[in-house]
Write a protein that binds this ligand. Structure first.
Ligand SMILES: [Zn+2]
Length: 342
């Protein structure tokens, strides 16, 4: 009996140190001490092997042990009830957590809108790699190695030899399509392009373009103008004037830039149009015969026009956004403003 009493003392210490944190720990305690196969019950079973004269004393020890074990259990019973209470008080009629719908990025909205307009004119989408080689990005487009116009399109080089670089325009896709030699060609090339520019409100080291190319027999500058008139009217509406200004690009001849009268001041002059009343929209021109020849197309038989515009620029004009950096900052306060736009 001496031994059992010592054992009970050890159990008492265990019970005193018991500090459950979860209903599960409490349940384990209950099974160990108070369950049908628990220690309290097992120790009461020992009573029959205790000599009669010691039964009274042993009975007192056992009773105090039982009370202690039960008392400790009751002390932590709130753990069990607490868990049950929480589920009992759940109000299933409350509205659920709403699914937050994202918004399309303004660049995507404008790109898709432009694509849809050109698709109505029979243009299809062509895509190409963003990491290009020198030939497709520069040389095939009459931008030889030492051509000064390369300075305006400085970019990021992956390798110097052979020349691998991040494309500076999507014209590289046009070269790839021309090289395939399937004529006529009527494509638009939307995509991301890169330039080694200092990041500011008006310039970034990457931006997006849509370029177009139409090559067939007897394509003229009149076709170019009509296509672009149609585009700007569909895109901006009809309450503005359009003008073409002579310009220079190595890959088109003749070349032009297209302006529209300022949408913000209506041509009166403001900060956006730098007080000229006009805003530049895109560059365009007839594809240079040498570029056609570079790509294996007979320039005596075929002619074509090309144009290119920055999607950021279109977006800034359409939504009157003044800082290009907003497009890539992922600021929800900015992006949420396009919730209703499609
Ligand atoms: Zn203006």
């Amino acid at each position: 009996m001496e031994q059992i009493v010592q054992q009970i003392e050890a159990y008492k210490q265990e019970i005193a140190a018991f500090q459950p944190k979860t209903a599960e720990e409490l349940e384990q305690y209950r099974i160990k001490f108070l369950g049908t196969k628990g220690l309290v019950k097992a120790l009461f079973g020992e009573m029959k092997s205790v000599p009669n004269e010691q039964k009274k004393e042993f009975g007192q020890v056992l009773n105090s042990f039982k009370l202690l074990a039960e008392g400790r259990y009751e002390e932590f019973e709130h753990l069990k009830n607490g868990a049950a209470d929480a589920s009992a008080h759940q109000d299933l009629t409350l509205p659920g957590e709403p699914h937050r719908l994202g918004t399309r990025h303004p660049i995507s909205i404008v790109r898709n809108k432009a694509i849809r307009i050109f698709e109505r004119l029979g243009f299809t989408i062509a895509e190409g790699p963003e990491i290009e080689n020198d030939w497709h990005n520069f040389t095939a487009l009459n931008l030889d190695e030492n051509h000064p116009a390369r300075d305006m399109q400085d970019t990021f080089y992956v390798h110097n030899n052979p020349d691998w670089l991040l494309r500076t325009h999507t014209s590289s896709v046009q070269v790839r399509v021309m090289e395939e030699g399937k004529l006529p060609i009527r494509i638009i090339c939307p995509g991301r392009v890169y330039r080694n520019e200092t990041i500011s409100a008006r310039a970034h080291c990457f931006f997006h373009q849509i370029e177009g190319l139409y090559i067939a027999e007897n394509v003229s500058f009149a076709d170019l103008k009509q296509t672009l008139y149609y585009f700007v009217q569909e895109f901006f509406g009809e309450n503005f004037k359009v003008r073409f200004r002579p310009s220079f690009f190595p890959f088109t001849e003749p070349s032009a830039e297209m302006d529209i009268s300022c949408l913000i001041c209506g041509g009166e002059g403001c900060n956006v149009c730098k007080h000229t009343g006009w805003v530049e929209i895109l560059g365009c021109g007839m594809v240079h015969p040498q570029v056609l020849e570079n790509c294996g197309i007979d320039s005596k038989k075929y002619t074509g026009f090309a144009f290119g515009m920055g999607i950021e620029r279109l977006t800034m004009l359409k939504y009157q956004i003044k800082d290009l950096r907003l497009f890539s900052e992922n600021d929800l306060r900015f992006l949420k403003q396009f919730q209703g736009a499609v």
